[in-house]
Design a protein around this ligand. Structure first.
Ligand code: HEC
Length: 197
């Protein structure tokens, strides 16, 4: 009898504790394959843009490439969204495109990426993902950092070192531009992907 009590008591204790704690809402698990899919898209879109950008920089220099960046980057994000069913976009804490303002989740991620890069992490490796509930519906969200590379500073670097033609073009197209003053290695922004579950 004594032996039985000693066996049952711990079980009872566990049941009591488990029964008293309010059960957390069942978390929605990320569907299998979502993360791989997001990573695949996030690996492709910036690489494609970089290819177009590099070709245009060679052909027309940075001032000439600004228009390409303005038209091609949002166009490629739109095309990727239409092709894959994911919402794909770029945003930054210091945006150039007026639509590139981060939402609350994106802002928190960008601030974390900045802190990680400042602590020595390589921007190329920074990514994150989370299942979130927005307006009562679950979404899978993914972010990949877009670090400033050497070629980026031609259009995103210290205003004092930007070419005169680049500065004039940026001023005309983006009067509220906040996306200068970056050095290589700093996080310029991120690519954000989102899909309902
Ligand atoms: C030829 C000039 C040019 C170069 C070089 C350039 N960008 Fe941009 N960038 C722009 C313009 C113009 C925009 C605004 C249009 C848009 O939304 O893409 C922009 C916007 C962005 C945005 C969207 C957020 C925002 O600020 O509006 C990110 C992120 C970005 N650039 C990252 C980069 C990175 C990383 C590189 C280097 C790999 C780079 N850019 C190189 C001109 C340039």
């Amino acid at each position: 009898m004594k032996q039985m009590v000693s066996r049952v008591l711990p079980v009872l204790a566990v049941l009591l504790v488990a029964g008293c704690a309010a059960p957390p809402p069942a978390p929605v698990a990320a569907p299998p394959g979502y993360l791989d899919e997001a990573r695949g898209i996030a690996a492709m879109v910036p690489a494609n843009l970089l290819q177009v950008l590099t070709a245009e920089l060679e052909r027309g220099g940075p001032a000439g490439a600004i228009e390409v960046c303005r038209d091609k980057a949002p166009e490629m994000a739109r095309a990727a969204s239409a092709r894959t069913g994911w919402n794909v976009r770029r945003a930054s804490l210091r945006n150039r495109n007026p639509k590139g303002v981060p939402d609350a989740w994106e802002r928190a991620v960008l601030e974390r990426f900045d802190a990680q890069a400042a602590a020595g992490a390589s921007g190329a490796t920074l990514e994150t993902h989370q299942v979130v509930t927005e307006d009562g519906k679950p979404y899978f969200r993914y972010a990949k950092a877009l670090p400033t590379q050497a070629l980026c500073v031609q259009c995103h670097g210290d205003p004092a070192t930007l070419g005169t033609a680049v500065k004039a073009r940026l001023q005309a197209l983006y009067p509220d531009d906040r996306a200068t003053g970056y050095a290589p290695g700093q996080i310029r922004g991120a690519l954000f992907l989102k899909k309902p579950i």
